[in-house]
Design a protein. Structure first.
Length: 119
């Protein structure tokens, strides 16, 4: 089970969308912060992981290093799982059977470290 490190502060999913109008109707758009994180996540992901396409059930292990203690641990889980799905590492995040998450503080080097165990 390889551990992957992605540097940068993981944004909270709940604060990563803004309301816009398209054709007179309200819609949600990703914030610039979320778009940048998704792009940086993909670029930092080892090429051997891109398109891995895990089809079945899996367990997800993650350590989140925030710059301060103010952030909630659960806020970044959906963002990371969505990034993994977008990079085609996993087919669907609904196949995740178990999440083990830890929060730590690193003011200088915020990051996530994760691994996936196929079941």
């Amino acid at each position: 089970m390889d551990t992957i490190t992605i540097t940068g502060k993981c944004p909270a999913k709940s604060n990563s969308y803004r309301i816009i109008k398209i054709g007179g109707h309200g819609s949600l758009a990703k914030s610039g912060v979320l778009k940048n994180y998704e792009r940086n996540f993909y670029l930092q992901l080892p090429p051997s992981w891109r398109g891995k396409d895990i089809q079945g059930f899996f367990e997800f292990y993650i350590d989140v290093y925030y710059p301060t203690k103010a952030n909630d641990l659960d806020n970044c889980l959906k963002v990371v799982l969505d990034c993994l799905q977008k990079a085609k590492v996993i087919k669907n995040d609904n196949n995740c059977l178990k999440i083990v998450a830890n929060k730590a503080i690193d003011k200088i080097n915020p990051r996530i470290e994760f691994s996936i165990k196929e079941i």
